[in-house]
Design a protein around this ligand. Sequence first.
Ligand SMILES: NC(=O)c1ccc[n+]([C@@H]2O[C@H](COP(=O)([O-])OP(=O)(O)OC[C@H]3O[C@@H](n4cnc5c(N)ncnc54)[C@H](OP(=O)(O)O)[C@@H]3O)[C@@H](O)[C@H]2O)c1
Length: 353
Amino acid sequence: MHMSFSVAVAGASGYAGGEFLRLAVMHPELEIRTLTAHSSAGTKLGEHHPHIRSLADRVIEPTTTETLSGHDIVILALPHGASGPIADALPADTIVVDLGADHRLIDPTQWEKFYGSAHAGTWPYGLPELAIGSSGRQRDELAGAGRIAVPGCNVTAVTLGLQPGVVSGTIDTGDVVAVLAVGYSGAGKAVKPHLLASEALGNAAPYAVAGTHRHIPEIAQNLQFAGAEHVNLSFTPVLVPMSRGILATATAPLNEGHTELTDTQINDIWCDFYRGEPFVQVLPTGQWPTTAMVQGSNSALVQVAIDRAAGRVVTITAIDNLVKGTAGGAIQSLNLALGLPEHTGLPTNGVAP
Ligand SMILES: NC(=O)c1ccc[n+]([C@@H]2O[C@H](COP(=O)([O-])OP(=O)(O)OC[C@H]3O[C@@H](n4cnc5c(N)ncnc54)[C@H](OP(=O)(O)O)[C@@H]3O)[C@@H](O)[C@H]2O)c1
């Protein structure tokens, strides 16, 4: 049976909101009814996202409770801190999906430490593949959910790479190191001097180093859901001159009892963990993910191997930060909330070259 759900997108002029719109217009059950934003209210969407032709003439409205009310679904693609008050004012029977950070963390202390404001509360977490203990997955929590907190893009990449090692007991989460190559769209569309092409082109620039990045507590939270007792994570993102994409290299020591595993055996453990997942694939042994392989798609590609000299498991995960890392992950979770097949309207194939 064909159903149609009305959708309002707040933050429609931004990168995350725009990517949600690009995907949503291809979704058979979603009807984009209202677009809102902030400084660009009153302008046409085509001025901000000329690639979304089918919505180019739609006028952006201000982001208020009034403009967002009366829809089946409200997507909040706003700077963190902006979505809490808006979500509170929306009716309980509206499905609200927050692409920002406001409702991801469970521990208010961690929120206040990393974000420096009052905690807005915790919503069901929008990563269907997240391991809950040894046999559960987060998708069960998302069925029928009325509120969804979509994960941070770096968080998705690191979590998907490491969690099979937590569930299988092969890695020691007391010494995790993650270094990520991150495309510039992850920083949003607002103009800042360090994001200018003159600074970015031909340059690789680390940011939020030495334990300060806001995605650290979220990754730890996820690995604890998967069963880790203690997580100690060193996390370093590096901006590299590409528009989209995250290549996350995450390593951790092999636990005792697993030091004789071959690369084929550890690849098999990761493959078994993700068997049947529509959007996460472990590549054949020896083939490493690249960001170009996932551009424009909701796929996450993962590889794992053992660095014997270092005694560490090395995982590499590639995602498109705007698709699996944000808007695609949001639609995947929304499909579960609506009782639709999880893959509805979502591409597994990327665009290349
Ligand atoms: N970019 C990514 O890869 C990515 C990945 C995961 C999660 N996210 C999250 O998604 C959210 C949006 O990120 P983005 O990259 O799309 O940022 P962005 O490109 O800077 O867009 C921000 C959007 O929010 C609107 N806005 C700004 N201040 C506002 C306010 N006070 N009230 C209402 N609307 C306001 C802007 O409207 P105007 O343009 O009209 O001012 C714009 O539409 C953030 O929370 C971000 O952390 C982004």
